[in-house]
Design a protein around this ligand. Structure first.
Ligand code: ADP
Ligand code: TRP
Length: 322
């Protein structure tokens, strides 16, 4: 049984790119009976950049609701908010004392953020130590992350090895599982879909605004009657990611045959999204409208996470003489 752990940033309501590129593949992984998955919302890490508590809480809720609505099984696996298992902050202190200052000062992500952000706080600096604590507190074996997080995983291993070297076998040394060729979902303007580019498709919004969102996809000005090239069209690129092969082939023929407008293609894409994600959209609304149910599911994960964390932290403290 491998323990797989990963943290999810609560930086906003998940969009179609997050769904196809991250949430659904992780949920698939979690269904394997050989995997014991610990997925958590990194809401303490968010405080390094998001200071507005209402925004942070809303983000945390919508991220949690999206994962559960998409079928993440919180009974088989653990799903929790990082901040609700504060033992992670205690472990962070022990780890900090095994973290060389230059390792943090030279971290790529810190240097990037320090160049870009006006608020360069100590939380940003020690971000990798909290991330190491997230992982080591639960004896994780495998940590699936994007390539941008590779260095953070190397630091986690270095910190754990340094502690183990001084006090003997204490921490499980985790392996990073770098997710390379996952799909890139294009946004409404054809660039990579991202919150920061303002080009997202939010599948969890009501029909009317979702339709408007889909209608805003940028297309060229080929007249209705003329044949169109599906391979250069943003609507088709999104459609093919969601449709079956035969639906995609049919849509391709409509493009190439002429007398088929982009408005019609967008309407078909809208209908496909609402049909394909009908269950998920409904479950998302129910969870958002029933915060106490969502809270109960998270609390259950947090209770179980605290049990695991307490054992590991006790082991660490006794090794270090506390
Ligand atoms: P955003 O760019 O909107 O801020 P994040 O950086 O928070 O998104 O990404 C969260 C997860 O979703 C990451 O695992 C990332 O790889 C995945 N993801 C984000 N945008 C896309 C996209 N357009 N296509 C595929 N995966 C994506
Ligand atoms: N830093 C990660 C990111 O930006 C989120 C994260 C926090 C994380 N703690 C973690 C990922 C522990 C994996 C394991 O995406």
């Amino acid at each position: 049984m491998a323990r797989i752990l990963t943290g999810i940033q609560s930086s906003g309501k998940p969009h179609l790119g997050n769904l196809l590129g991250a949430i659904l593949p992780a949920i698939e992984l979690s269904k394997d009976p050989a995997n014991d998955c610990f997925f958590f919302i990194a809401d303490l890490h968010s405080l390094t950049t998001i200071k507005d508590e209402k925004v942070r809480l809303e983000n945390t809720r919508s991220v949690a609701a999206a994962w559960i609505a998409c079928g993440f099984d919180t009974g088989k696996n653990l799903f929790y908010r990082q901040s609700k298992v504060p033992l992670v902050c205690e472990l962070m202190w022990y780890l900090s004392c095994f973290t060389p200052y230059p390792m943090l000062a030279n971290a790529h992500s810190f240097k990037d953020k320090a160049d870009k952000l006006s608020d360069v706080n100590a939380g940003l600096f020690s971000y990798p130590v909290l991330m190491a604590a997230d992982i080591l507190l639960y004896d994780a074996n495998i940590v699936p992350v994007g390539k941008d997080q590779k260095q953070h995983l190397e630091m986690t291993r270095d910190i754990a090895n340094s502690f183990n070297h001084r006090f003997g076998e204490t921490f499980v040394i985790p392996e990073a599982q770098i997710q390379k060729d996952l799909m890139t979902v294009p946004g409404t303007d054809g660039q990579k879909m991202s919150k920061s580019y303002g080009n997202i498709i939010d599948i969890f919004q009501p029909d009317k605004s979702l339709r408007k969102n889909v209608m805003s996809i940028i297309t060229d000005s080929t007249p209705l009657e003329e044949p169109k090239n599906p391979d250069t069209c943003n609507v088709f690129s999104l459609y093919r990611l969601l449709a079956s092969d035969s639906q995609t082939e049919e849509m391709r023929q409509k493009y190439e045959g002429g007398n088929y407008g982009y408005g019609q293609a967008k309407q078909e894409l809208f209908e496909l999204i609402t049909k394909k994600y009908e269950k998920e959209r409904q479950a998302f609304d129910e969870l958002m409208n029933n915060p106490s149910h969502l809270e109960d599911l998270l609390k259950d994960g947090e209770k179980r996470a605290t049990e695991v964390a307490s054992e590991v932290l006790a082991r660490v403290k006794s090794k270090a003489g506390y």
